[in-house]
Design a protein around this ligand. Structure first.
Ligand code: G
Ligand code: G
Ligand code: MN
Ligand code: NA
Length: 255
């Protein structure tokens, strides 16, 4: 743990890569977007899970460097997909930690990066967790307003695991709600979970938010979510997070 903490304090960017998990239209099966997820291949430790190193890098401060690495990679890749797959207009979800939001001129820098890569701001969906939003709500409100004014979309990630305050949805006017995978995992056989998910989907609809269900692993979950009116989803049933070339191949095959 100590070794890991030392290593993540000064990240060697070449050891990090970004994989992408498809986000699928639950009605048609068409891929509408992807979520970018960071991976770390350490020369001695091997693959280190982001569940371990992200919290450490948030604590130590290197999340800012890593965050810009992911953001730059994802924008570069979107530019490539735009040239390689002109018929598809993918959106990319990028996870953003609260420690990134309070960087000076964060929104401005994101918009500059988008412009530099010749992609549209509405192809970027920044994913913020409820927990992150709770840390410094006023900063988050300001930065989210600047991002959305520039055309970048914002998602509330892991919805339902934090305070689930309507205040977030009210003051952010977010664009997307991502229903946490713990709810999806309990859907089958629980009428209660089903009611909760149905309520979230209806609330999202009423607020003109897209809903994305996370962690779909079975056909039964897919069918339930589709029947509840959930528009989009992601999970191992469709695909694990994969390198960008596999996304290109998948889309070329007509998905
Ligand atoms: O993909 P995976 O299960 O390995 O991710 C575990 C956790 O790490 C998830 O909560 C995910 O949101 C987070 N995570 C993955 N990539 C990034 C990233 O680029 N930035 C941030 N802040 N979190 C990430
Ligand atoms: O916190 P966030 O939602 O960003 O985390 C995404 C994480 O969920 C990633 O680590 C990803 O690998 C993982 N994940 C994606 N699909 C599934 C799934 O179907 N089941 C499970 N258990 N995890 C998943
Ligand atoms: Mn996410
Ligand atoms: Na999530």
């Amino acid at each position: 743990q100590v070794f890991l903490r030392e290593q993540i304090a000064q990240p060697v960017l070449e050891e990090f890569s970004v994989v992408y998990q498809p986000i699928v239209d639950l009605g048609s099966g068409v891929v509408r977007g992807v979520e970018a997820l960071l991976r770390w291949q350490h020369p001695e430790l091997g693959a280190v899970s982001p569940a371990d190193f992200i919290p450490m890098s948030e604590y130590g401060g290197s999340i800012r460097v890593l965050g810009w690495h992911v953001m730059t990679e994802a924008c570069t890749q979107l530019g490539r997909w735009r040239r390689e797959l002109p018929d598809h207009r993918l959106a990319v979800g990028i996870n953003v930690s609260i420690r990134q939001l309070d960087e000076p001129r964060f929104a401005e820098r994101v918009l500059a990066l988008v412009a530099a890569h010749g992609i549209e701001p509405d192809q970027i969906v920044l994913e913020l967790t409820e927990q992150a939003l709770a840390v410094d709500f006023e900063t988050a409100v300001t930065v989210v307003a600047d991002l959305r004014a520039g055309g970048v979309s914002v998602a509330v990630d892991d919805y339902g695991t934090g305070y689930s305050s309507l205040r977030y949805l009210h003051r952010f006017a977010a664009d997307v709600v991502k229903i946490d995978r713990s709810f999806v995992a309990q859907l089958e056989g629980s009428a209660h979970t089903e009611k909760i998910v149905r309520s979230v989907v209806h609330m999202a609809e009423g607020l003109d938010l897209q809903s994305i269900a996370e962690g779909i692993e079975t056909v039964a979950q897919l069918e339930l979510l589709r029947d509840l009116g959930c528009e989009l989803g992601q999970g191992f049933l469709f695909s694990r997070p994969v390198p960008p070339g596999e996304i290109t191949a998948l889309l070329r095959d007509g998905h």
